[in-house]
Design a protein around this ligand. Structure first.
Ligand code: FAD
Length: 390
């Protein structure tokens, strides 16, 4: 195979998912010469191509590490402005919608879960409002009769597919380069003091040089080799967590994001209703399975019986990038110019703009925001052996 050199860049971003694109956008805004290398077409393999797009720091506070909640709240605070600026630059609407979330209890066990969540929210000083069954149905008449109660939270949502359309346009407007269908196989420091990035497209090999490299290849981040004995260039304890998710279409029957402890329903202004999602530790299994589809529809129909009249238009599968502790890894890997931003697990759409902003601070200004400290990639490095004692 012959190898050609594509070009060189100040910063190369490996992976054109929501996280990689947001990082490239932030860097290009700060005047950096950025190249994104994406192994397939934008949105084809990226988790955001199927994700629901809930921005839910409040609804998930009981499930989250408090330090992750801090990062999610910072993301929440900037999201509206970030999406408006993106739309102003590209002309693409993002579907950002801050109507909020109703978390609905269908029976007494659900009510106990809601109470538990509410206690956490009060502890964290997060706004949440308890609603009676009647008040919840006044807000959303299509909710099931006989529900036990609800919580209202000021969470938001966005359409991740529209973000995946807007961000490449933004990159083009800002002068960044995007290579689609080009897979990165290896990254190595070069003799010239920068990084040599080996790529492959349609059987043809090429190399790209960059002063800094950000690996944002989601659940595939471990598959990129370093020259050291074929080790992964980012040796993180990474696994894919499969999510199956459905898309229905028809009359808009709910205004809020509606969740129960077993399912969520995300309505969009164009008549789409997203119902999700399974969580499965089965590797990169791309099949839609009847059991998961059935479970999602059953639970969604229990909460909002009217979904039975909508068209089922898509059964999607995506892979959440998960690290052992279910927290992201964002920061420097080798003490030089190699960085990583992955492991965003269930929250990558929500965390993309804050990850991008803080990583751009690190790359452009050498400033490590305290919000990032818990997510240092080095936390998984084996501890140095203790000194022998006598
Ligand atoms: C069903 C489901 C529902 C979800 N719902 C939500 C939600 O409501 N809210 C939320 O915040 N998050 C949600 N998520 C999580 C969110 O989608 C992910 O955390 C996020 O999209 C991860 O983005 P990423 O850019 O890190 O990785 P990915 O989306 O996996 O993107 C990585 C990209 O890198 C490319 N790539 C891989 N290897 C290479 C290589 N060697 N060379 C070049 N390119 C490469 C891939 O093709 C891919 O495009 C959901 C996920 C799923 C699956």
């Amino acid at each position: 195979m012959t190898t050609s050199t594509v070009a060189s860049a100040e910063v190369a971003v490996v992976g054109g998912g929501i996280v990689g694109l947001a990082i490239a956008h932030a860097l290009a805004q700060r005047g950096r010469q950025v190249t994104v290398v994406e192994g397939s077409r934008i949105g084809e393999r990226a988790a955001a191509g199927v994700a629901a797009g809930m921005l839910a720091p409040s609804s998930e506070v009981d499930l989250s590490d408090p330090r992750l909640t801090d990062l999610a709240l910072a993301a929440h605070a900037m999201y509206g402005e970030w999406t408006s600026a993106l739309t102003a630059l590209t002309g693409v609407g993002t579907g950002y919608d801050a109507t909020g979330t109703l978390l609905v209890a269908l029976h007494a066990d659900h009510l106990a879960i809601l109470q538990h969540l509410y206690d956490f929210q009060m502890e964290r000083g997060l706004p949440a409002e308890r609603l009676s069954a009647k008040a919840a149905r006044d807000e959303e008449p299509y909710l099931a009769p006989g529900l036990a109660g609800a919580l209202r939270m000021p969470d938001a949502q966005v359409d991740p597919r529209r973000l995946l359309r807007a961000l490449p346009i933004a990159l083009e407007r800002l002068g960044a380069t995007l290579h689609e269908g080009m897979r990165v196989t290896a990254i190595a420091p070069s003799d010239g003091g920068d990084y040599e990035i080996s790529t492959e497209r349609d059987g043809a090999a090429s190399t790209l040089h960059a002063a800094k490299v950000v690996v944002a290849a989601g659940a595939w981040s471990r598959q990129i080799a370093s020259p050291i004995l074929g080790m992964p260039v980012v040796p993180l304890p990474m696994r894919p967590v499969k999510g199956q998710i459905l898309r229905l279409r028809g009359e808009r029957i709910i205004q809020h994001v509606v969740r129960t402890p077993d399912v969520y329903l995300v309505p969009r202004d164009d008549g789409e209703l997203v119902i999700g999602a399974s969580m499965e530790d089965v590797g990169f299994d791309e099949r839609s399975r009847a059991g998961a589809v059935h479970d999602l529809l059953r639970e969604a129909r229990r909460a909002v019986p009217g979904i039975a009249e909508l068209d089922l238009v898509e059964c999607g599968v995506g892979f959440r990038p998960a690290l052992r502790d279910h927290l992201p890894a964002i920061g420097n890997v080798d003490g030089a110019g190699l960085l990583v931003a992955t492991g965003h697990f269930r929250n990558g759409v929500e965390l993309a703009p804050i990850t991008a902003r803080l990583l751009a601070d690190l790359i452009c200004d050498d400033r490590l925001d305290p919000l990032l400290e818990p997510f240092a990639p080095g936390r998984f490095a084996p501890a140095a052996p203790a000194e022998a004692t006598r």
